[in-house]
Design a protein around this ligand. Structure first.
Ligand code: FAD
Ligand code: FES
Ligand code: FES
Length: 505
């Protein structure tokens, strides 16, 4: 059921120095729609409307004692961010950057001076991504850091060189960063309001969004309406709204439940709560498993990673989701909660079929538990690698994703093998047949070749727009061979990444 809330609240957030109290819009209204259609704030552009081009980039502020001035800033894609997710937050757009006295913000000034715009359509998005970076990074990032920060912004006419030059110029100019203290005071006042329970009028499209503030309230909300949809970062759900026109009558947002923001090591596991974004989760994983760095860098864009969650990736269960092969290879488990009851299931037992999971009505994923080596680093006899194969390096959907882990004994014999795959079936999966071929054998080229043959029969991938089944199968075997080349350096010797080896002249 989608019962009316006993006490409906408006959506409250800070915008243009004032508290906005929004009512009378559909519950699934995006930030971009509200800006452009209700506010006629046209600086924020609409390009793809699916999180890919960055033309709609805005910056969101929230209370965080660990952040400068007590307010954390993160850039997100307004086209797939729901207005209701702003409740209790600060919204900054390209119109908010210039100072009435001092003029353009340093990143805007640098874009002007370095000729960082031609048609200008992408410019507000670039400016907001640079603003986010500038306000969070006192020192100029290196070239790779700048490129990564802008990986979610596309420009089709200026070219990226002047934009990167503008970025450098902004940091080289006298520093002028925003004072976050006034925002903290206003956000603290907003936090005193009751938890969001917004009911949109039928005339505006209807729909309800709740944002409970405790695990108990979240559990109760989902039990009261098992048809309600859990809303995390909306980087999948946003596209269901903008591209598929799906009806979502009741959304329950996880972000305000403090217990779901947990990111800590306990009992030999890294606990990653359901509200932890990719931007926080991947560096934590990387601290224990440095081998994930390349996959982490290529996972979406910073703007998507500032909103989307690791648990959302797992719960959504897309066969081409990038986190699952790695988590399968690391023997991750999921903590599931229904009402007040909690159970733990191995990730390997979570998926039942294409986007079908063991979650029961009213149940949600509370956290993912990833076993971590204590102390770090990974024991020298463990071998781990993950690979993403896609047509484009940045921001592309995976054709094949693989994560391999081998535990070897002192003599180099494989004690346990885990070969996990995305893009190879209707669900992320391991290949027990090929793993059995490896286990008990020396990690040699001949063993690897036998496992490659086993993979050919065990994997039955699909053909789609991204790759044919034959291509995927061949790539799978090649990736295992690459893993052999990279990890055959002998026990106790660090693996070598083939893409980091200088080509011979
Ligand atoms: C431009 C772009 C690039 C992307 N690039 C990548 C990429 O490189 N690799 C990749 O794997 N993915 C990518 N994605 C997909 C997306 O970012 C991830 O799947 C994301 O992790 C989903 O998390 P979310 O918090 O946004 O989930 P939401 O969109 O809020 O929810 C997704 C689904 O999961 C459910 N759900 C969420 N949390 C829970 C929970 N705790 N319990 C139960 N159900 C839950 C929701 O009900 C919904 O069904 C990309 C998306 C975009 C828009
Ligand atoms: S309009 Fe392209 S990312 Fe939002
Ligand atoms: S300036 Fe035209 S798309 Fe970038």
């Amino acid at each position: 059921m989608n019962g009316q809330p006993a006490t409906a609240t408006p959506i409250r957030f800070l915008y243009r120095g004032q508290v906005q109290m929004v009512e009378g819009v559909a519950a699934t209204t995006t930030v971009l729609e509200w800006l452009r259609l209700s506010q006629r704030a046209l600086g924020t552009k609409e390009g793809c409307n699916e999180g890919d081009c960055g033309a709609c980039t805005v910056v969101i502020g929230s209370l965080d004692p660990a952040a400068p001035g007590g307010v954390a800033l993160r850039s997100v894609n307004a086209c797939i961010h729901l207005l209701a997710m702003l409740d209790g937050r600060l919204l900054l757009t390209v119109e908010d950057l210039a100072d009435p006295v001092e003029g353009l913000h340093p990143v805007q000034q640098a874009m002007v001076e370095c000729h960082g715009a031609q048609c200008g359509f992408c410019t507000p998005g670039f400016v907001m991504s640079l603003f986010h970076l500038y306000e969070n990074q006192p020192t100029l990032p290196d070239h790779a850091g700048l490129c990564h920060a802008l990986a979610g912004n596309l420009c089709r006419c200026t070219g990226y060189r002047p934009i990167l030059a503008a970025a450098q110029a902004a940091w080289q100019a006298p520093a002028r960063r925003r004072d976050r203290t006034p925002w903290r005071a206003a956000l603290t006042a907003l936090a005193a309001h009751p938890a969001l329970d917004y009911q949109a009028p039928a005339s505006a499209g209807g729909g309800r969004v709740q944002a409970p503030r405790s695990l108990a309230a979240l559990g109760a909300a989902l039990q009261a309406d098992p048809a309600a949809r859990v809303l995390a970062g909306a980087t999948d759900i946003g596209l269901w709204i903008t591209k598929l026109g799906r009806s979502l009558p009741h959304l329950v947002h996880l972000d305000r439940v403090a217990e779901l923001q947990v990111l800590e090591v306990r009992d030999g596991c890294l606990h990653i709560g359901a509200a932890v974004t990719h931007a926080r989760a991947w560096p934590a994983l990387q601290a224990f498993y440095p081998e994930v760095a390349d996959l982490a860098r290529r996972f979406a864009s910073p703007t998507v990673c500032h909103a989307g969650t690791l648990v959302g990736n797992v719960a959504n269960g897309s066969p081409i989701g990038d986190a699952m092969p790695l988590l399968l290879a690391l023997d991750a488990r999921l903590e599931l909660q229904c009402g007040a009851d909690v159970r733990i299931v191995p990730l390997a037992a979570f998926y039942l079929g294409y986007q079908r999971t063991v979650l029961t009505a009213g149940e949600f994923v509370r956290s993912v538990l990833v076993p971590v080596p204590v102390p770090v680093p990974v024991p020298a006899r463990s071998r781990l690698a993950c690979y993403k194969v896609s047509k484009r390096f940045d921001q592309d959907i995976t054709a094949v994703c693989a994560a391999f882990r081998l535990d070897l004994d002192a003599g180099g014999r494989i004690i346990q093998a885990r070969l996990a795959w995305g893009g190879m079936a209707a669900i992320p999966l391991r290949t027990p047949g090929a793993e059995a071929v490896l286990e008990g054998q020396d990690w040699s080229e001949a063993t690897c070749a036998r496992a490659q043959v086993a993979l050919l029969t065990e994997l039955t991938p699909m053909s789609d727009l991204r790759a044919s089944a034959a291509y995927r199968r061949e790539v799978a075997g090649n990736l295992l061979q690459r893993f052999w080349y990279e990890t055959s350096t002998g026990i106790g010797t660090p693996p070598v990444r083939l893409d980091q080896v200088e080509a011979s002249p």
